[in-house]
Design a protein around this ligand. Structure first.
Ligand code: BG6
Length: 507
């Protein structure tokens, strides 16, 4: 039983897990992430009765705000972005625990004030000395902030209490900077108190990959190179970079999405069965996959990148990347990236994993498609099967969450004609509960101290080891190829698969 969660019955995992007394300090309250994801998720958790009654939220920023101004910011964010309905009584109770501390990250007086505020909340709201420090700020500031937390006694806690730090990606820019970042955090917080958010791991459908693979008997026997031809993992977005030029330029699609979300998805698809569903057992298996993941030799033929050009999205004319506000016309940052990787294990020998992501593509969709080899022999005439493609199992991460199995079936009629059909599982059709937002699940897990859904530093390092050679290769090549907004990416991405005799799915 978790010490922070006395209400949880270890025998019955179906009971809601409720966080014990605690609070959170949020750095970066004015950012998009805080407004769109973190603040609404905190309200949704409160609304679902999963936060302790005295939960407190302290905002820290340079603005000259009073507590009420901060509460108004959270209120507006909740009204606009929360998943669950607004309820006055929930809001009133939650907002009583809101405080704001104004200051720069290097302002000692402000951190003293923060310490006093945290102590006061312990007394007033019974947060019990348990605090999570959420760094929703650019990583360049992590060092200063955690240094200040240490300096001002905020990282210390008494026996039976906890202090945790939550960091958002990017976890570094490459392997070397990821190590530096880890050292900075590790100097102040023990590794078990560092929670790295990869919000894809908080998605129900992503966790369902493990349920599907390891709670059933029908998939595992064919989940290997004897049957699987290749795997395509796609995270496509129809939006552009919006107002995120400052973050995105110089980062690009591969660092933003492949290094974390897509390699984590791949690890879940490719890993062996863990001995238990605890953080350590999962890490061991994911780490083995990442450590055995290799790039092909010819990166010029097996990777692709692009930048969106002007075009159409949702019936509207949209700018190209180089015309976006805050982007230099000479920027070489890619908004589309595709790579080929192999997992050098007995299970996956010879099975390519194709990973792609991009902005301003045809539509928003994230999916994992496991594409099977053709049947070794077809006892039908060729005309009977000419429309038949390869069997596939598609895990639809979002939207329209569910799974599709594609296989051949006889077309009704007097002739023998076989065509692809789909068998569908949709979450909406099978369950009445709506899925929580990934951030709800992950914030709750931070407060519970439950780490299985958070990547460890070793996984982060291994992911950079995989990606760094691709980034170096692209850096030498100059400008990425342009693709029209609203299409499925640059021609070189199609050519990359065509060389292997394959095509990308058009989801
Ligand atoms: C973030 C990326 O991690 O994921 C963004 O930084 C991207 O660029 C976002 O838009 C997409 O998340 P989701 O949950 O909408 O697929």
């Amino acid at each position: 039983m978790s010490p922070t969660n006395p209400l949880r019955d270890p025998q019955d995992r179906r009971l809601p897990r409720i966080a014990g007394p605690c609070g959170m300090v949020l750095f970066g309250v004015t950012g998009d992430l805080s407004r769109k994801k973190i603040m609404p998720a905190i309200y949704d958790l409160a609304n679902r009765g999963l936060l302790p009654p005295g939960f407190s939220l302290v905002g820290f920023a340079r603005r000259d705000w009073a507590d009420q101004d901060f509460a108004q910011i959270v209120h507006d964010a909740v009204r606009e972005h929360a998943r669950t309905p607004f309820r006055e009584e929930v809001w009133n109770q939650l907002s009583e625990g809101f405080r704001f501390v104004s200051g720069d990250f290097d302002d000692d007086m402000a951190f003293d004030q923060l310490r006093r505020t945290v102590e006061e909340l312990d007394q007033l709201r019974g947060t019990n000395g348990n605090m999570a420090f959420y760094l929703a700020i650019p990583p360049g500031f992590f060092g200063t902030v955690v240094g200040q937390l240490k300096e001002h006694g905020l990282a210390d806690h008494r026996e039976g209490q906890w202090r945790r730090v939550v960091v958002e990606k990017p976890f570094g820019h490459d392997l070397e900077s990821a190590r530096e970042l880890n050292d900075i955090l590790g100097n102040v917080f023990p590794s078990g108190s560092i929670f790295r958010i990869d919000h894809y791991l908080g998605k129900e459908t992503v966790q369902n990959i493990l349920a599907m693979r390891f709670a059933n008997n029908m998939f595992e026997p064919i989940w290997n190179s004897n049957y699987v031809d290749h795997v395509q993992i796609t995270m496509a977005e129809d939006i552009g970079i919006g107002g995120r030029a400052g973050y995105y330029d110089g980062i690009g699609a591969a660092r933003d999405v492949i290094q974390n979300h897509l390699l984590q998805l791949m690890a879940l698809v490719a890993m062996e069965e863990p001995i238990a569903f605890d953080a350590e057992s999962l890490r061991i298996e994911k780490q083995k996959v990442l450590a055995s993941t290799m790039l092909p030799k010819r990166l010029d033929l097996t990777t692709a990148r692009g930048q969106y050009a002007p075009g159409w999205a949702g019936g509207e004319k949209v700018n190209g990347f180089l015309e976006e506000e805050g982007i230099k016309p000479t920027s070489t940052t890619e908004t589309y990236a595709a790579i080929t990787v192999h997992c050098d294990t007995r299970r996956w020998a010879g099975v390519p994993f194709y990973l792609r992501t991009g902005k301003r593509l045809g539509r928003r969709v994230t999916e994992v498609a496991v594409v099977f080899k053709r049947a070794p022999h077809l006892p039908f005439s060729q005309t009977a099967t000419e429309d038949l493609t390869q069997n596939a199992l598609v895990i639809r991460v979002q939207p329209d969450e569910g799974m599709t199995m594609r296989f051949g079936s006889k077309v009704p009629g007097t002739a023998m004609e076989i065509r692809d059909v789909n068998m569908d599982f949709a979450y909406g059709g099978s369950f009445t509960e709506a899925s929580a937002e990934a951030y709800e699940r992950l914030i709750l897990d931070v407060l519970l101290g439950d780490p299985p859904l958070f990547p460890r530093h070793e996984e982060v390092e291994l992911s950079w080891k995989i990606l760094d050679p691709v980034l170096d290769h692209w850096a030498k090549k100059g400008k990425p190829e342009q693709y029209d907004s609203g299409t499925w990416g640059p021609a070189s991405a199609d050519a990359m698969l065509a060389r292997d005799g394959r095509t990308w799915r058009r989801p």
